[in-house]
Design a protein around this ligand. Structure first.
Ligand code: ATP
Length: 383
């Protein structure tokens, strides 16, 4: 987006990290991520040297990536890759309001790429320069903002447990202190997940509570600033109460990549089965790449393969399914366990006679004979 948008939103001024250079290994770190060891003293996570911020002064670095949209170098026209999807929603707020005729509360949601010039990328997909965000800007009457904020925090916390299937003990809420609030925020609560990074004390077994999503009360900061800079009226008129005001905004802001990481980490299990390690991804069926795998027990029996394929083609019309006959049955089960397929359907010689197949459930490994016409209902409805 063009420079003016980020001038108004405060990102040109305020969207920056305080960075400090380690005098030992010369690497650069975000000061808010370092372990404090004393007054003005922090420990370098790489070489363990003490960084004294009186001697090694922290400097502010803007996180936005700048580009020149002009055809010529001498008449530059600067634009920035968006560091959050939110600003596109704010500058379109009036368009959406006028074209949809909605009343408040009004939510606009968007998913898409965001870009930040992060100093320390890594920890798998936890921190990248190019990542995928999902944001909702929920526009409300200022008088209702505090209660909507509280209810969005609860709603989003429940989402990760009930919809995504993360374990409750791996999730917590953390309220931001006044001095860590972003420049636009009146209040903010992070939903944190116990990510499988080494703990801060260096112990390999521990994990690390880190942000999965932030829910902020942005007040009327963004709409007011865009209105001030663009000189456009971005207020809302409540026709019932006959009052005009700038809406407040409650913003749940989540990362697709971090959610993906949390799901993998939470669902990954290693179990001992008959003296061997079984890797199984215990994800919710809705998130599994396949809901069911259809496997013929013997692939050199054409009538058995044909029956298995017919069952597969029939199920595939309704739910994501995979057919696989490239190994012995034990190996095929393990592969499906690893990608989290909730059910395997095995077609064997008996199936040719009695029309039944074996359905195996991923987590319990329990097997049941089910009539082939009933397989879909058994998998989807449990009967
Ligand atoms: P952090 O403190 O970890 O840098 P943040 O507070 O800057 O995160 P927000 O600005 O609240 O993050 O962004 C909303 C969400 O976008 C985060 O909760 C996270 O899921 C995701 N996100 C932010 N930065 C990155 C990144 N560099 N790589 C991957 N995901 C990110």
């Amino acid at each position: 987006m063009q420079e003016g948008v980020f001038k108004a939103s405060g990102h040109l001024e305020g969207f920056s990290d305080w960075l400090v250079d380690c005098p030992g290994c010369k690497k650069r770190f975000r000061i808010d991520k370092l372990d404090k060891k004393g007054e003005s003293e922090y420990q370098c996570p790489e070489c363990k040297e003490i960084i004294n911020t009186q001697k090694n002064k922290p400097r502010q670095f803007n996180l936005m990536l700048k580009t020149n949209m002009s055809a010529t170098e001498d008449e530059p026209y600067y634009a920035y890759l968006r560091p959050e999807t939110a600003q596109g929603i704010f500058v379109n707020f009036i368009n959406v309001l006028n074209t949809t005729n909605k009343k408040l509360p009004l939510g606009i949601a968007q998913i898409g790429k965001a870009f930040r010039n992060e100093v320390t990328t890594g920890s798998f997909v936890f921190r990248m320069k190019e990542f995928e965000q999902m944001e909702i800007e929920y526009f409300v009457n200022p008088a209702d903002a505090a209660s909507y904020y509280e209810s969005w925090v609860r709603e989003r916390f429940d989402f990760y447990i009930n919809k995504i299937g993360l374990r409750k003990e791996n999730l917590r809420l953390r309220k931001h202190e006044k001095d860590e609030l972003a420049h636009y925020a009146k209040a903010c609560t992070d939903i944190e997940f116990m990510f499988p990074f080494p703990a801060k004390d260096g112990s390999a077994s521990g994990g690390c509570w880190s942000e999965l999503e932030g829910i902020a009360n942005r007040g009327d900061f963004d709409l007011s600033e865009h209105a001030r800079v663009s000189k456009k009226d971005l207020m809302y008129f409540d026709s019932e109460k006959k009052e005009k005001f700038t809406p407040y905004v409650i913003e749940p802001s989540a990362g697709v990549d971090r959610t993906f990481f949390a799901v993998l980490s939470d669902a990954y299990h290693e179990e001992e089965v008959q003296g061997k390690t079984r890797v199984v991804l215990k994800i919710k069926p809705e998130l599994a790449p396949y809901r069911v795998a259809v496997l013929p027990l013997l692939k050199n029996r054409p009538e058995l393969v044909e029956l298995a394929k017919n069952i597969f083609y029939d199920i595939k019309k309704r739910i994501p399914a995979i057919y696989n006959d490239t190994g012995a049955i034990g190996k095929l089960y393990r592969r499906q366990d690893e990608v989290g397929t909730p059910f395997c359907v095995t077609v064997d010689v008996d199936s040719l006679g009695d029309g039944c197949v074996t359905v195996r459930e991923r987590d319990s490994m329990r097997q049941e004979r089910v009539a082939k016409e009933k397989v879909f209902d058994f998998i989807e409805k449990g009967n």
